[in-house]
Design a protein around this ligand. Sequence first.
Ligand code: PMP
Length: 355
Amino acid sequence: MSRPYSEVVRPGIAAMKLYSSNREPCAIDLSDNTNQRGAPPSARTLVPEANIELFARYPNHYAADLKRAISAHLGVGTDEIVTGCGSDDVLDSAIRAFAQPGGAIAYPDPTFVMIPYCGQVNDLALRPVPLLGPERGWDVDADALLAQRACITYVCSPNNPTGTRASAEAIERIVAEAEGVVLLDEAYIEYCGGSFVRRAKDAGRLLVIRTFSKAFGLAGARVGYAIGAPELVAAVEVSRGPYKVTQLAERVTVSALENDAAWVEGGIREVLDARARFMPFLERLGLKPIPSDANFVLVPVKDAAAQTKALRERGVAVRPFPKLPGFGDAVRISVGPWEIMERALPSFEEVLSCV
Ligand code: PMP
């Protein structure tokens, strides 16, 4: 990519310097107005003594330890990584950084609901582009997305809530030809592989967004990140600001990266195995679940609101999607280990029906 990054970063962001203050460790640190007595006593009932002081002081500005651990995990440079309070925060900061005045955000429809939300917050025109139909495997429509000439193009693969993947050809075309920045959301990529992270840096204006909330089981820790060329990553870091990953969250996440790879892999295998058993179960009920590459399945149903309510009355929560473009009413069902799925099967059998 020969076009300069300065074309896509908002002028106000490009003119700013990254916030910084002296955060080198020091025996007596009276530099930051934190409570020198440490964390309050009740915190001690929740967290082991050894970690309690993680609450009393500020974390590292930009989660340096976490960046080092992600760098080792993925084989990308630490300057190609920006972290945040969940990938929601990273997406929001990226949209803030690249939202040009009067610009638009293009995205497949349906997709992750936070995208139109963040687009609207940032005064962008919303340009939803229908997914291609079932005969094209619900691929993204690269031509139509590119035709929007948006300052931000978002693609989610596997896509929430459909569970379907964008083809590598479509992603490559969008990355090569988009006028602005491409945000590729890989929140669920661990369940199918085919990540673009290793290629993000050289792809030009591509940021790949990842999270620890799904396969790593750390949704409550709120840690997400993006990978891309250092110039793009720096713009997102400025827009997001310091201290978004808490000390405890950073420790937990680094530890998971360093120690829990086998647990994560085992969990992925368990989900894939359960999904392979769950799909034929749904089909036997006469339903037509959408083939999924993620840890959830979208199931078109007759009345999403009523069936969600009936399932909840039986102790099973699913996410309703009334009138989902291209699918009609549908429910999204997360897939976990088979022992958990099995307990919900009788309720699904009683309640779920399609048109
Ligand atoms: N992207 C997608 C596609 C998602 O489905 C989600 C979670 N629902 C997120 C990003 C945000 O996840 P988190 O903020 O927990 O990292």
